[in-house]
Design a protein around this ligand. Structure first.
Ligand SMILES: C[S@@+](CC[C@H](N)C(=O)[O-])C[C@H]1O[C@@H](n2cnc3c(N)ncnc32)[C@H](O)[C@@H]1O
Length: 353
């Protein structure tokens, strides 16, 4: 009680409010993940104002639907009309939560966040003893969630907005060049490039066989014959590429410098390396906002442990543009240019030897 009597009670109440906000956000992600997996979010996206009983139809248990909708209304995710007792998922919210083709989709976080929370004990252990958590021990849902989180924007924006920021590279892609996507995950970027540039040949490499299996399945379904996928680390890729890309990969690596050196050596003369990393400021003070909080959170629970487990530097999601440039120059690149692409989540760099 002594400790409590010496504190400013107003500030305690303020922080209680703040923590309640944080806990409410976490609980809402849990409820949204339930609604997503049950198919309720998808059903709401195709329904106008609806009562819980109508929404339940014969498909869902009404009492759960009622409580889920109440939780989501209280969190301002769905609208509620107190007169009719009806609820609605606004189209703008559905674009973020329930439309897999939307470039604004953040539904992948509903797989990723619960998936990485599952490793809290392992990360806590590593926080005490050092070391980390092996990537292969994260649930398959995290692999799928990364794809679900990143693929919608990649599919729509990579060949329409991001690569066109380098017009001379696009010209070469149209003429036909050799491309490697390192840390390709489930293959979204490699498939987008192979679709847009038929004369070019794309190969996706990833250390995780689960990701490569998913990428191969999607490659097969696409019917494209200019894309393939291989389980191989960034340190081991062969040479002979005109364009090498990494999307949200370098900060996760056990040995980012070795991979950057390998990328430098694997590029043909005049080749380009396109680096995409989280869009953060150069210092913690620049990242004091919810996007920064989310990025630091995923860093603690996922990115840092998988680098540190192999004795890596644990760059973390917020390593920022200054350190990115320093590391690329250290790896032997001399041209480093931030591309003029307006994206709240990602920053893009054109890099050459
Ligand atoms: C955050 S995910 C990004 C995946 C994909 N580029 C995307 O944007 O969806 C990072 C990827 O890097 C892969 N990775 C980690 N270490 C690697 C290494 N040393 N060599 C190749 N891939 C690696 C992981 O398996 C994972 O698929």
């Amino acid at each position: 009680m002594d400790a409590v009597s010496s504190v400013d009670r107003d500030k305690v109440w303020q922080f209680l409010e703040r923590f309640t906000d944080l806990a409410a956000g976490a609980a809402t992600v849990g409820v949204l993940a339930v609604a997503d997996r049950a198919g309720l979010l998808a059903k709401m996206a195709e329904t106008e104002w609806v009562t819980p009983l109508e929404l339940a139809g014969g498909q869902f248990a009404p009492r759960y639907v009622e409580e889920i909708l109440s939780a989501l209304a209280s969190a301002a995710v769905v609208d509620h009309d107190p007169d009719s007792g009806a609820f609605r998922l606004p189209a703008e919210h559905a674009a973020v939560l329930a439309d897999p083709s939307s470039p604004y989709s953040m539904a992948g976080w509903l797989d990723m966040l619960p998936g990485v929370m599952d490793k809290i004990d392992a990360v806590a252990q590593a926080t005490v003893t050092g070391g980390g958590v092996d990537l292969s021990s994260y649930d398959d849902r995290v692999v799928a969630g990364v794809d679900r989180a990143n693929a919608p924007a990649i599919r729509i924006l990579l060949t329409r907005r991001w690569l066109p920021a380098m017009p001379e590279v696009v010209k070469r892609l149209q003429d036909g060049i050799s491309i490697a996507d390192i840390g390709c995950g489930s293959g979204a970027a490699a498939l987008a490039m192979a679709t847009a540039y038929h004369a070019s040949r794309v190969i996706g490499y990833d250390i995780d066989p689960r990701a490569i299996e998913r990428a191969r399945l999607q490659g097969k379904a696409s019917g494209l014959d200019n894309v393939s996928f291989e389980v191989l680390t960034g340190e081991e890729i062969p040479g002979g590429f005109d364009l090498i890309t990494t999307f949200d990969v370098i900060h996760d690596l056990a040995d980012p410098e070795a991979v950057l050196v390998r990328i430098r050596d694997a590029l043909n003369p005049g080749g380009t390396y396109l680096l995409m990393e989280p869009n953060v400021g150069a210092s913690l003070e620049d990242n004091m906002h919810p996007r920064g909080t989310l990025l630091y959170g995923i860093s603690v629970l996922y990115c840092l442990p998988q680098s540190l487990v192999s004795g890596g530097p644990g760059l973390g999601t917020a390593w920022g543009p200054v350190r990115a440039e320093q590391l690329c120059r250290k790896a032997g690149f001399t041209h480093f240019r931030r591309l003029d692409i307006d994206n709240p989540f990602s920053a893009f760099y054109e890099i050459r030897v």
